[in-house]
Design a protein around this ligand. Structure first.
Ligand code: TRP
Length: 364
């Protein structure tokens, strides 16, 4: 069995630091460790269209943005196959077969779909493409024999749905597909980084994101206006840590070595937290500290992005080549499934012979 990794993102906008700590950083780590046979990263335009069907131009414009974000964090096209979902036609075939083993009731029970349906207010008029996107996602994963999916925590219901489809298919047609597992970051706060305003979700529509592509001054402004503790008015007042987003971000981004470099009065985050709670540490000070840490992480990302921004045709070429390779792999899986389902009629000599015999009069 191959050790394959697959993950992807919807091209609905630029990627932000929530994506970065929640999944991108882990992808980079997996890439650098190199303990895999194939590593696929997909730009999920088909899935993005399930709730943007009226605005394909938005998806079209954001394909390159997501690709640039991938390259900017150091994902390497020599080690990873990048591809665009809609251009791998085998995925549609797999989706179609999988739809036969999934019920409407089961889709309605998917917690992520449930909350998205509520959020979008579809009520009874749910577009079928939207409702069934978990099935298409099962195709994305199994179409590459992926067993490892580094993705956000919110993706777990999709992976569970995928495992169920794998079991159904294998029960019906014999061992054909592999069950995947989600891989999450170890650090708890990284699984769901809140927005800069304190909202639990970092999202473009809420305007509370720090993007990987933000310039230094934009990052500084966003950090300086971050939500802290509204009751921490004077420096000498005791401050709260819970719900204080600057500390949440420090939990996600800071390391002991950052203190030595930028804030030597404190040895580590625990010491800084204790001092803040006690009183005497100003918000500006912790924000400046966070900004320095973020800058150290984001500056090289920004620089690499600029490099690729000047080479857009090269980036499309990376996607084209990756998509070709992805097609090869996915077609293999489609072929395997059709063989096991015995719907590979033209290659099935036994079937052709048996049908011939059936219509051959006895003794002739
Ligand atoms: N659902 C993912 C998201 O919302 C994107 C995605 C599509 C994906 N297919 C996938 C992620 C397969 C992991 C594996 O961003």
């Amino acid at each position: 069995m191959e050790r394959n990794i697959l993950t992807g993102d919807r091209p609905t906008g630029k990627l932000h630091i929530g994506h970065y700590v929640g999944s991108l950083k882990l992808r980079k780590k997996l890439q650098d460790e190199g303990a895999y046979d194939n590593f696929y990263v997909m730009i999920a335009d088909v899935q993005a269209l399930t709730d943007n069907w009226d605005n394909p131009e938005k998806i079209r414009q954001n394909i390159i943005e997501v690709a640039l974000d991938y390259l900017s964090i150091g994902l390497d096209p020599n080690k990873i196959t990048f591809f665009i979902q809609s251009q791998v036609k085998g995925l549609f075939e797999l989706t179609c077969y999988y739809l036969d083993v999934v019920t409407l009731a089961r889709l309605h029970r998917n917690p992520t779909v449930k909350s998205e349906l509520k959020m979008r207010n579809f009520e009874e008029s749910i577009p079928m493409g939207f409702l069934t996107y978990p099935v298409s996602q099962a195709a994305d994963i199994t179409g590459f024999d992926a067993t490892i999916v580094p993705a956000g925590e919110d993706q777990e219901p999709m992976i569970e749905q995928t495992r169920e489809i794998v079991r159904s298919i294998n029960n019906l047609y014999g061992e054909t597909l592999y069950e995947p597992k989600t891989m999450l970051p170890e650090n708890e706060v990284c699984k769901r980084l809140p927005g800069t305003d304190g909202n639990a979700k970092m999202s473009k529509s809420l305007g509370n994101c720090i993007y990987l592509s933000d310039d230094s001054e934009t990052v500084r402004k966003k950090v300086m206006s971050m939500y802290t503790d509204p009751d921490h008015i004077r420096i000498e007042d005791p401050g709260k840590i819970e719900g204080n987003i600057v500390f949440t971000y420090l939990d996600a981004f800071s390391e002991d070595s950052d203190f030595e470099k930028y804030l030597p009065e404190y040895k580590n985050l625990d010491e800084l937290k204790a001092a803040y709670q006690h009183g005497g540490v100003g918000d500006v000070k912790i924000k400046k500290f966070l900004y320095q840490i973020l800058e150290e992480e984001l500056a090289p990302i920004r620089e690499r992005r600029h490099y690729y921004e000047e080479r857009i045709p090269e980036v499309f070429d990376i996607l084209r080549k990756g998509t070709e390779e992805a097609n090869k792999k996915c077609n293999e899986v489609v072929k395997r499934l059709e063989e096991n389902m015995k719907i590979n009629y033209f290659e099935d000599k036994e079937l052709i012979n048996a049908q011939t015999m059936k219509y051959t009069p006895n003794g002739d």
